[in-house]
Design a protein around this ligand. Structure first.
Ligand code: TXA
Ligand code: MG
Length: 330
């Protein structure tokens, strides 16, 4: 059931559903989430079963503002506070030491908690409404089935999870890929998942060096958004340089079937069965379109998706990360 997000009645209806332990599809500026009151373990467990996600994978808790952090976190390192001051509300998730006893199910039993304050106006209104009722946060993973592509429109959420779910329609997500995640439970910040906010921006705001996941001796095996084979469409994804793409399309000629190409370089195929979609030259625009393009290709029934390799510059880190993982799962 879709509700228009920019509507006071819809916000109240969604807030009632969440207060009563129900689930709601929630627009954020990154991707749509599947939300439940973070304090109700039974509601949070319903998220895991709805998604088909293993119960020890922790969920991000979404809050109305920085004032809610102290409810969930036991400690806020100075560099984490600087990241909050700089980037919230916005597409940045911080992993912080968890206050014992809060949001147990959302944390998947971990001693830490992922917190994020989304900037989407519908999410902001809903979270503020809930905060006024004493609900401090919404646990919400991306509203897709486990391992699949994240939804960036309300229609995608319905396609993933069915029409029975209440979904607030907040339009297409502006960012289009999931939040950057920074682990703040160690002495230095560690980038667990790249996103719209770049490494350099995070490092500058934190005022201390930002470590990478591969520098850790003990990577967290439960961070599913960081699993290699994740964000997978049904079709096999291959990343290829423009010259290889052109050559391969030339060799296949009119015989090419069941395939799609997403490339910045203009390409042509002699087969009308090849779906050719232009990739934007700008990384932020490409990110905004990425998951919708993969879904469109899947819906068209293609078996193979060829994607032009991305520029080797930091603003493409988020898109490159998602596509490399989509390619790894084939
Ligand atoms: O943009 C986003 O972050 C979206 C929107 C809905 O906010 N949410 C999202 O959630 O991408 P999800 O569950 O699909 O991905 C969250 C990632 C997972 O990789 C999860 O394992 C990791 O965050 N995570 C959450 N809590 C964590 C924790 N305490 N320690 C380590 N990783 C954590
Ligand atoms: Mg996800």
């Amino acid at each position: 059931m879709l509700l228009p997000g920019d509507n006071t009645d819809s916000i109240a209806t969604a807030a009632d559903r969440l207060s009563a332990g129900g689930l709601v599809g929630l627009p954020t500026e990154t991707v749509y989430g599947l939300a439940a009151d973070a304090a109700q373990d039974a509601a949070v467990r319903a998220i895991f079963t709805t998604k088909g996600r293993p119960a020890d994978h922790p969920l991000i808790v979404h809050v109305a503002g920085p004032e809610a952090v102290a409810h969930f976190a036991a400690d806020i390192p100075a560099f984490a506070q600087k990241l909050i001051d700089t980037f919230w509300p916005g597409p940045l998730t911080l992993i912080l030491p968890r206050r014992p006893g809060v949001a147990d199910a959302a944390a998947g039993g971990h001693a830490s908690i992922g917190l994020r304050c989304p900037s989407h106006p519908v999410a902001q209104r809903l979270l503020a409404t809930l905060a006024a009722r004493g609900i401090h946060g919404l646990a919400a993973p991306s509203a897709n089935r486990f391992g699949r592509v994240s939804p960036t429109t309300a229609a995608h959420v319905v396609a993933e999870l069915g029409d029975d779910l209440m979904v607030l329609d907040g339009g297409p997500c502006a960012v289009g890929i999931e939040s950057s995640i920074v682990d703040c439970t160690r002495r230095a910040p560690v980038l667990l998942r790249p996103g719209h906010i770049t490494r350099a921006q995070i490092e500058q705001a934190a005022g201390v060096p930002l470590l990478s996941k591969n520098m850790l001796s003990t990577p967290d095996p439960h961070a599913s958004g960081t699993l290699l084979a994740h964000y997978a469409p049904q079709a096999k994804v291959r990343l290829m340089g423009a010259r290889d793409l052109r050559a391969a399309l030339g060799v296949l000629g009119a015989d090419a079937r069941h395939m799609a190409v997403w490339a910045r370089t203009p390409l042509r195929s002699d087969s009308r069965h090849v779906l050719l979609r232009p990739m934007p030259d700008d990384a932020d625009t490409a990110a905004q379109q990425l998951f919708a393009v993969l879904r469109e290709f899947d819906a068209a029934g293609v078996r193979l998706i060829w994607v032009e390799a991305l520029p080797d510059t930091p603003e493409w880190d988020g898109v490159r990360d998602r596509l490399q993982r989509a390619a790894a799962s084939a």
